[in-house]
Design a protein around this ligand. Structure first.
Ligand SMILES: Cc1ncc(C[n+]2csc(CCOP(=O)(O)OP(=O)(O)O)c2C)c(N)n1
Length: 678
């Protein structure tokens, strides 16, 4: 194991510098930059600073990963963020690591020799589950990929007492303890979540006490204002986590010596409490400790305080000189700029259904890419509730294909942490509806490339069975709802209508560099319309290229997924055929990006359009396409564009009811007639 500070001793000078730097920045922001209107979001770390500085001093392995929150500036300073960068970020200047795109305290930092500070989130509690992914990844790199440099590396997640009530905390706690992952939960308990006291967050106000009997969790609980006690406990907790025996949680009590943020007057605290909190400031205790232990003499300490203040003042001047970001760049970094090399060599393999096509592609890519991992509920021994991962655990082992705890927030958060660590996670969500608990992680994952100007990205492929099934539907297992994901920034969406496209699109997604949703329609998994010949182990389909299912000259139907076969059937039904043998059908194949050029070109040729999907009506993706056609090809239209979708009701269980709401062949044919007769 590489030598780490936790196994030696703390550098108290460096701890003191970090605390004093943080205090000096807080002071400048509060006294100068906020009053001048240069900083809007100001979060002081006063009171939290000493324990964070101690922690930061021993989180020093090059493969450590830290997930932090808005009060974590002292920790991040200890990891190498400069005071100048920090203040430039607070002022939204180009000199901050965010380049003005995000609030300065929503930290991230690529490793500067110590930990990687994973991109934080403004969502309280969202910092925890990515830490599971990082913790699992360091063990994967060491144990499976035999990279010894990862040995002893850990993940640490910093959070307040309020955050322990959030879903993400429990998602991470369960995953870390059930899998004995090297993750340290670092809980800074200041007794308040803004104004809400911690008895609302955990019964009896002490999360450590409540978790005392949690299996596989080592607990530390101490005063975080006493340098000796705090450092002893932090060092032990870090050392224990580095031993890879399992996760640890350390809870430290500290006062929040300022408002929650600058605008918070703390009117909810009594004058007595404010006095007690001030008397419990860790900084004078740190000074006393350093002098007593001969780290500084009193004279040296005083000189050191002035030296740090002078440094921070100089940093402020430089930060003030930092230019405003260039507005012409604001659209950059939404997606990866790296083109994906598309291999379209197509073989003529055996005929297979869509589900087998997915399974086979996963198998081929698992064999080719040792960094690819598949996980989710029931994907291991069972092979997935839809059978898409059958036998993959037997073939590739439990490190690469594994079950998870029942927490979609945890599954996607874990994938985010793994992606940051350099792996290619392929989580499965059992049914589209059950992605709902992961919304926060999905959203933060999609925006991270933009927020960090491509310093961080979390490419992954989320496989989601969706839509009505062969025999029936219902409100829980039959949702398609791709439109909601289309609204998520930074995500690509594939929605194949057959086995061949499934192979090609899945492979492109797995070799891509952006987070991608891969929809597997339940009515196509094992039905004739989904079956196609296997196109080979290298076959890829580019995103954003629609497939012309049938050519025509009188009307264009744009659709995707299971509606493709219905559109074909409708166009060939007596109504469709009598009126026009010439309906053009475009299968979009990917919703993001969607093939605008192909759609517009087709409509300029046919002059009539129907946009068809099974998602529910309001704001679904057909509306987006209609709006684009209206804006860009209005003069070519000979009839109003028709939209076809499910009305705004859930998918019913009863088949008769279900067929009454899903766009069916007859209904599509009727609309074809209407458009052609207009
Ligand atoms: C999901 C979510 N809900 C609410 C908020 C608003 N909010 C921001 S900070 C905060 C309190 C968090 O308290 P705690 O975790 O104890 O950290 P502290 O600020 O005390 O350090 C709240 C409610 C948020 N950012 N995210």
């Amino acid at each position: 194991m590489p030598k780490t500070k936790s196994s030696i001793s703390l550098d108290w000078k460096s701890v003191a510098r970090t605390v004093l730097t943080s205090r000096a920045i807080d002071k400048i922001e509060e006294k100068e930059l906020v009053p001048k209107g240069l900083v809007t979001y100001q979060f002081s770390a006063r009171g939290h600073d000493m324990i964070q500085a101690i922690l930061s001093d021993c989180i020093n392995h090059e493969h450590d990963g830290a997930t932090v929150y808005y009060r974590s500036r002292p920790f991040v300073l200890g990891q190498g963020l400069t005071a100048e960068e920090s203040m430039a970020a607070s002022m939204a200047r180009s000199g901050g690591v965010h380049g003005g795109r995000d609030i300065g305290v929503v930290h991230f930092l690529r490793s500067r020799g110590k930990a990687t500070v994973l991109p934080a989130s403004g969502d309280v509690g969202a910092q925890y589950s990515p830490a599971i992914g990082w913790a699992q990844s360091v063990q994967y790199f060491a144990n499976v990929l035999s990279n010894d440099s990862y040995k002893g590396a850990i993940a640490v997640a910093l959070g307040g007492d309020g955050s322990t009530a959030a879903n993400g905390f429990w998602a991470a706690l369960n995953a870390a303890t059930t899998q004995k992952l090297p993750l340290l939960f670092f809980i800074e308990d200041n007794g308040y979540g803004i104004s809400v006291t911690s008895d609302f967050q955990t019964p009896g106000q002490n999360i450590a006490k409540n978790l005392a009997s949690y299996t596989n969790l080592k607990i530390y609980d101490c005063d975080g204002t006493d340098p000796e006690i705090a450092s002893k406990n932090i060092l032990e907790a870090v050392e224990y986590t580095r031993s890879w025996q399992g996760p640890a949680l350390i809870r430290m009590t500290i006062p929040r010596l300022s408002g929650h943020s600058f605008v918070d007057t703390q009117s909810y605290k009594s004058p007595e409490l404010l006095i007690t909190e001030r008397a419990n400031d860790p900084l004078p205790k740190l000074e006393k400790y350093c002098i007593a232990n001969k780290i500084f003499s009193k004279k040296e300490w005083d000189a050191f305080v002035i030296e740090v203040e002078n440094d921070v003042n100089a940093a402020r001047d430089k930060a003030l000189d930092s230019p405003q970001p260039d507005p012409s760049t604001v659209l950059d970094h939404v997606f990866s700029a790296r083109p994906i090399e598309i291999n379209s060599t197509r073989e003529e393999g055996i005929r297979m259904n869509l589900q087998d096509a997915v399974r086979k592609t996963l198998e081929v890519e698992l064999a080719k890419n040792p960094k690819l991992l598949i996980f989710g509920e029931d994907v291991g021994a069972k092979g997935g509730v839809h059978g898409a991962t059958v036998d993959l655990q037997v073939k590739f082992g439990k490190d690469r294909v594994f079950d998870t705890s029942l927490s979609e927030e945890g599954i996607i958060g874990r994938a985010v942490g793994m992606a940051f660590a350099g792996l290619m996670p392929v989580p499965e969500i059992q049914f589209r509806k059950y992605a709902d608990p992961a919304t926060e992680q999905i959203n933060d994952c999609g925006t991270v490339r933009w927020r960090s100007k491509s310093q961080f990205a979390a490419p992954m492929v989320i496989r989601i069975p969706a839509g009505y099934a062969k025999k029936t539907g219902d409100p829980w297992h039959s949702v398609s709802n791709e439109s909601i994901f289309a609204h998520q920034i930074g995500w690509r969406i594939a929605f194949p209508s057959n086995a061949e496209d499934a192979v090609g699109l899945l492979r492109t997604a797995l070799r891509g560099n952006d987070p991608t949703f891969f929809f597997e329609h339940r009515a196509l998994l094992d039905t004739p319309p989904g079956r196609k010949n296997y196109p080979g182990d290298e076959f890829m389909v580019p995103f954003g290229k629609a497939r012309v299912v049938q050519e025509g000259s009188d009307l264009t139907i744009v659709t995707w997924g299971a509606m493709v076969e219905r559109a074909v059937a409708a166009s060939q039904s007596p109504v469709g055929r009598t009126l026009s043998p010439s309906v053009e059908i475009l299968d979009l194949r990917t919703i993001i990006p969607w093939d605008k050029e192909a759609v517009l070109a087709s409509i300029k040729k046919t002059n009539r359009a129907i946009i068809l999907c099974e998602d529910n009506w309001t704001c679904n993706f057909t509306a987006e396409i209609c709006a684009t056609i209206t804006q860009e090809a209005f003069e070519y239209l000979d009839a109003p564009i028709e939209r076809l979708a499910t009305p705004d009701v859930p998918i019913p269980y009863n088949v008769g009811l279900m067929n009454a709401v899903l766009p069916g062949v007859e209904e599509i044919a009727r609309v074809i007639e209407k458009v052609l007769k207009f």
